[in-house]
Design a protein around this ligand. Structure first.
Ligand code: AHR
Length: 487
C-alpha cells in the first residue's frame, strides 16, 4: 500500500500552463511533413498546416510553441524565410541531416501555425551567428506598428497587424552549438543583444537568457551574477539517455527491464537539477521574479535503424510515458520557479507526442500523458506527500509511485504513475474529504507502443478506485499513468 497525503492549505502557487509547452525545430520531419505540408498537399491542411496534427495538439491544449530551434536557431536568418516562396533563400541544414532547407516555413507560417493551435509563440532568436540588428529587426517586424521600412515589408507580405510576440529567447545553448561561449562572454553578449529587443506599444517583451545544460551550476551562477536584472527567465536543458554515452544512447524499442528502470531513474534527476539551479537563482533573486524555463527535455535514444542519423527519429513506448509523467510531476511541484517547459520535440523528433508517415498520424504514449495532465494547466498546486516502496533492478531503484496535485474550481486533480513494470499497487489519497471521484488511465507493457495502423495505447476511463469516509483508494495496475479527480 502506498499513501499520498494532500494538503490544499500548502501550495507553491499556480502551475503555469506553459509547463505543458512544446518545441518545434527545423530538424528532420518536425516542421516539414510533421506540421507543415504546404497548401498544395493532398494531406488535409489549412494554409499548409496538417489538420490532423493541429487538431490533436489542440486537444491537449498546447499553450506555447518554441521555434525555430534548438541549434538551428543560431544559424537561422529570419529574412530568408519571408516574402514570396519562390524568392526564398535555400540553405543546407548542416546541423541536422545535411538536407536542403528551402525556407518555405518562415515567420508568417509559424505565426499562422500558432494561431491555428491557439497557443503563444516563443521565438528563439539567433545570437550565435546573427547580428544585433537582425534580432532587433525581427522583433520590430513581428511587433511594431510604426511606419518603418521593416514594418512596410510585413505589410507587403500580407500582414497588416503586429503579432505582439511576447516570448523571446536570446540564443540557444550558447555554451555549445550556439557559439561555444564561456558564460562570462555570453553574459555580456546577452546584455548587449537584449538591449535592442525593443518593446513596442504596451507589449512588454519577456526576455529569455540561455541557461545551462543539466548540472552546469557554474553557468547559472555566472549568468545570475552578471545578467539577472536583464532577464525575465533563464533556460535549462536536460535530456534523459538510457545508454551511457552520446554514441550509445540506447534503443527506443528494444530494451530490458534494467534499461526501463535506469531510464526512469535518470529522468528523476530533473528534480536534482531544478532544485540545484533554483537554489542558485534564489541567492540572486529571492523574490522569484525570474523564471526557470526547461525549454528542452525528454528522452534521447539512438535513431531508428534505417533513418537519417541527423533526423533524430525514435519510437515512443510506455517507458517514455513514464518519463513524461515523472518529469511533469517534478515541474508541477517546482511551479514556484519553473514557469515554462518545452518537450523536445513535438512531431517525429526525439520524445514526440505525434509521429507521421505520409498522411497517417500516430499519437504516442507521451501524447496521452499530456492529455491526462491537462487539468493542471493554470491550476493551484497542492502539496502532496508520497510514501511508497522502491522498485527497480539492481542499482536502478525509484519510488513505485510518483505524483503531483492541483486544485481548480473546488476540484482536486491528482496525477500519478505506477513505475513498476509488473506489480500493481494500492494508493490511498488522504487529506481532502472526497464526496466522489473520477478517473482516467493509460496502461500497458513497458515496451508497448503505438504504430501506424496499430494503435493499442490510449487514455481510457478508469474506475479502479473506491471512496470511503472521504478517502479515495486507487488500485493502480503495473506500468500506468492515471488521473484522479476528487470532488
Ligand atoms: O533537440 C535537439 C537539439 O538538442 C537542439 O537543437 C539543441 O538545442 C539540443 O542540443
Amino acid at each position: 500500500m502506498a499513501k499520498i497525503t494532500l494538503n490544499p492549505a500548502r501550495s507553491k502557487g499556480t502551475i503555469n500552463k506553459n509547463i505543458y509547452g512544446h518545441f518545434s525545430e527545423h530538424l528532420g520531419r518536425c516542421i516539414y511533413q510533421g506540421f507543415f505540408v504546404g497548401k498544395d498537399s493532398a494531406i488535409p491542411n489549412v494554409n499548409g498546416m496538417r489538420t490532423d496534427v493541429v487538431e490533436a495538439m489542440k486537444n491537449i491544449r498546447v499553450p506555447v510553441l518554441r521555434w525555430p530551434g534548438g541549434c538551428f536557431a543560431d544559424e537561422y536568418h529570419w529574412e530568408d524565410g519571408i516574402g514570396p516562396q519562390e524568392g526564398r533563400k535555400r540553405m543546407v541544414n548542416t546541423h541536422w541531416g545535411g538536407v536542403v532547407e528551402d525556407n518555405s516555413f518562415g515567420t508568417h507560417e509559424f505565426m499562422e501555425l500558432c494561431e491555428q493551435l491557439g497557443c503563444e509563440p516563443y521565438v528563439n532568436a539567433n545570437l550565435g551567428s546573427g547580428t544585433i540588428r537582425e534580432m532587433s529587426e525581427w522583433v520590430e517586424y513581428l511587433n511594431s506598428d510604426g511606419d518603418s521600412t521593416v514594418v512596410q515589408k510585413r505589410w507587403a507580405n500580407g500582414r497588416k497587424d503586429a503579432w505582439n510576440v511576447k516570448y523571446w529567447g536570446v540564443g540557444n545553448e550558447n555554451w555549445g552549438c550556439g557559439g561555444s561561449m564561456r558564460p562570462e562572454y555570453y553574459a555580456d553578449e546577452y546584455r548587449r543583444y537584449q538591449t535592442y529587443c525593443r518593446t513596442y506599444r504596451s507589449n512588454k517583451l519577456y526576455k529569455i537568457a540561455c541557461g545551462p545544460s543539466d548540472g552546469d551550476y557554474n553557468w547559472m551562477e555566472v549568468m545570475m551574477q552578471r545578467a539577472a536584472r536583464y532577464m525575465d527567465a533563464i533556460t535549462m536543458h536536460y535530456y534523459t539517455l538510457c545508454g551511457d554515452t552520446w554514441k550509445q544512447k540506447g534503443d527506443s524499442l528494444n530494451f530490458t527491464e534494467t534499461d526501463y528502470y535506469k531510464t526512469m531513474v535518470r529522468a528523476m534527476r530533473m528534480d536534482e537539477f531544478v532544485t540545484g539551479h533554483s537554489a542558485i537563482m534564489d541567492k540572486y533573486d529571492p523574490a522569484k521574479r525570474i523564471g526557470l524555463i526547461v525549454d528542452e527535455w525528454g528522452t534521447w535514444y539512438d535513431v531508428m535503424p534505417g533513418t537519417n542519423p541527423g533526423f533524430l527519429y525514435q519510437q515512443n513506448t510506455m517507458r517514455d510515458a513514464m518519463v513524461a509523467a515523472i518529469t511533469l510531476n517534478i515541474f508541477n511541484r517546482h511551479c514556484d520557479r519553473v514557469v515554462m517547459a518545452n518537450l523536445a520535440q513535438t512531431v517525429n523528433v526525439l520524445q514526440s507526442v505525434i509521429l507521421t508517415e505520409g498522411d497517417q498520424m500516430v499519437l504516442t504514449p507521451t501524447y496521452h500523458v499530456f492529455d491526462l495532465y491537462k487539468e493542471h494547466q493554470d491550476a493551484k498546486e497542492v502539496d502532496c506527500f508520497v510514501e511508497a516502496d522502491k522498485v527497480g533492478a539492481g542499482d536502478w531503484q525509484l519510488p513505485q509511485v510518483t505524483a503531483s496535485a492541483s486544485e481548480k474550481d473546488g476540484v482536486v486533480t491528482v496525477t500519478m504513475a505506477n513505475t513498476s513494470a509488473d506489480r500493481a499497487v494500492s494508493v490511498e489519497l488522504c487529506g481532502v474529504k472526497a464526496q466522489k471521484a473520477t478517473g482516467r488511465i493509460l496502461k500497458g507493457e513497458m515496451n508497448q507502443y503505438n504504430d501506424f495502423g496499430e494503435t493499442n495505447l490510449a487514455v481510457e476511463s478508469f474506475d479502479g478506485f473506491s471512496v470511503k469516509d472521504g478517502v479515495v483508494t486507487v488500485e493502480l495496475p503495473a506500468c500506468c499513468v492515471a488521473e484522479i479527480r476528487i470532488f
